[in-house]
Design a protein around this ligand. Structure first.
Ligand code: ADP
Ligand code: MG
Ligand code: MG
Length: 213
């Protein structure tokens, strides 16, 4: 069983809606990881118990070269810590912003990796539901890793909850209808466009206009 005392904590790597992520090193083995920290107070406040449980259980059960590994977790009085594979290259979002858009070669490579990872997930009845450039990380060799399974579900039935980020939402989700693994495939198309052109195809000034487009 791990505890905070087993790790040397380094600088911040990023943050999302609920999580703050830090570089860390397991003290004995010197193995580098990323620690995702979620405050229990936030879990209470935003009622994300279910979401976090899914993130932990689903991501732990997945083992694929293009999916970020979740090695384990532990907690203290105030926080929950997820022990994650470290992605040295950071967010694919950063590469996209820096270069404006990707070359066809680069885009093809990322789309192939993403397709293989999604096919693996869907084969296990796992839907990610929040694929976007902020949640796609790169390792030290530039290999794509799907991260952030906070919105994922494991189910072969149709789902109802609307989730994800507007620009990447499939029409069935926008219209609040039942959805399944195909929502991830929709996102694959959105990303392919964004990789090549630099912006997602339905981007607009307001959320209302994105819905309309
Ligand atoms: P949230 O669920 O709050 O969105 P994420 O898991 O997406 O949190 O992590 C937030 C950000 O932290 C990511 O977008 C990324 O920039 C950074 N990050 C997360 N995990 C890692 C990791 N394993 N290695 C490097 N950076 C990471
Ligand atoms: Mg995220
Ligand atoms: Mg999340």
């Amino acid at each position: 069983q791990w505890s905070l005392a087993d790790f040397e904590i380094g600088g911040p790597l990023g943050k999302g809606k609920f999580g703050r992520v830090y570089l860390a090193r397991e003290a004995k083995s010197k193995y580098i990881v990323a620690l995702k920290v979620i405050f229990k107070e936030q879990i209470e406040k935003y009622k994300i118990h279910h979401q976090l449980r899914r993130e932990m259980e689903i991501q732990t059960s997945l083992s694929h070269p293009n999916i970020l590994r979740l090695f384990g977790w532990f907690d203290d009085d105030e926080r929950i810590f997820l022990i994650l594979e470290y992605a040295h290259g950071g967010e694919l979002y950063g590469v996209l912003k820096k270069n404006g858009h990707l070359t066809e070669q680069q885009a093809a490579t990322y789309i192939a990796s993403l397709s293989q990872a999604l096919a693996y997930c869907h084969g296990k009845c796992v839907i990610h539901r929040d694929i976007k450039p902020e949640n796609l990380l790169l390792d030290h060799e530039g290999r794509l890793k799907i991260a952030d399974f906070g919105w994922s579900v494991q189910s072969s039935n149709k789902r109802k909850t609307m989730c994800g980020t507007l620009d990447y939402l499939a029409p069935e989700m926008v219209e609040n209808r039942d959805h399944d693994y195909a929502v991830d495939n929709w996102t694959l198309g959105i990303l392919c466009y964004e990789f090549l052109y630099g912006n997602p195809p339905f981007e607009a000034e307001s959320q209302k206009d994105t819905f309309k487009r």
